[in-house]
Write a protein that binds this ligand. Sequence first.
Ligand code: FAD
Ligand code: EPU
Length: 335
Amino acid sequence: MQLRDNFSLQPFNTFGIDVKAKHFAAFTAVQELQSILALQPETLMILGGGSNVLFTKDYDGLVLHNELKGIELVKEDKDYYYVKAWAGENWHQFVQYCIANNYAGLENLSLIPGCVGASPMQNIGAYGVEIKDVFYELEAYHIHDKTLVTFNREDCAFGYRESVFKRQYKNQFVILNVTYRLSKQPHYNISYGAIEQELEKMAVTDLSIQAISQAVIHIRSSKLPDPKEIGNAGSFFKNPQVPAEVFKQLQTVHPAIVGYPVGDNEIKLAAGWLIEQCGWKGYRKGDAGCHAKQALVLVNYGHATGDEIYHLSEEIIQSVQQKFGVTLEREVNIV
Ligand code: FAD
Ligand code: EPU
């Protein structure tokens, strides 16, 4: 393990923001992590694929890049495979590994950037599935107590883009590995309309987890910018939830407003629609912008600073608040 100083994080965040970490190290084994933490670094953060962070300034501390690797089938029973992946595994490659082995349940989550270790942080989700649906347990290392702790699904308190690791345990644990409980018999989830349409386009007659994964990959590639081409971190904001009453009132003024029922009496609004209606879709100021095909995605066309992107997000929040009386919350972790 090599400790580097004044280290550029530009290749380590998908926004491509050019900031420096005061110190940087990568760890490939738990013992390496333990020996770094024994030095009691004051300020530190764990970084995976950097696909859900916006750096707004140089990081005045130690950035630890998680490079723990390995995937193992830890047990199986009549209905399930229990598959453990170490935190530094690439998420999409892990999903493809599961699909190739006929472990069902992660296919709708194909092509999400980042690493396995971050997947429980915000309970990643797409196309009708969230990881909480197939999560079994994870092992994490407590940074100050220096203990190994196992979290089951309840312990993680998963919600929409939420978990205890984003809230009360923020910056307290390093997630080391995650075990998923994947089905022997697939339960196809094509409830998200676009998947069904894409499967039809692909002329799929025999539904399979492979076909669903391909459909998801096609849909995602058609509207989400590839961070290798345009810097971004996916949806910058969460889709806001409002009481059904509020939705009804909004509908009377904005009949085309897009919303989906969730739980009892709550509606999840499409933030992309709200932002587009405020005129931001395709907006660009300098190198900071709002993506032309998906208004929920803020982009860096090349040399934007984290501050410029943050400032744009502030302006968007204010205009949505003014036009609709709805407060957008950022999904991306601001550092
Ligand atoms: P990072 O950005 O490196 O880290 C995110 C946060 O988790 C940081 O606070 C970091 O400190 C912390 N962290 C990371 N690893 C660990 C660890 N091992 N232990 C403790 N803390 C850790 N997300 C979705 O949910 N659904 C989508 O459909 C989706 N689509 C996306 C599309 C694009 C084009 C992009 C760029 C992003 C998208 N995202 C999506 C967001 C992102 O891919 C996910 O949040 C992903 O899980 C982030 O993984 P990462 O390894 O890059 O995390
Ligand atoms: N819409 C617009 N204009 C836009 C974008 C969207 O009007 O510019 C409307 C459309 O009506 C569309 C609806 O919003 O039908 C929903 O759009 P989309 O299906 O693209 O999904 P989303 O709500 O914008 C969410 C997640 C994505 C996830 C997709 C698919 C959040 C914050 N975002 O986006 O996750 O991939 O659904 O399930 O929940 C991420 O978290 O980074 C992410 C990309």
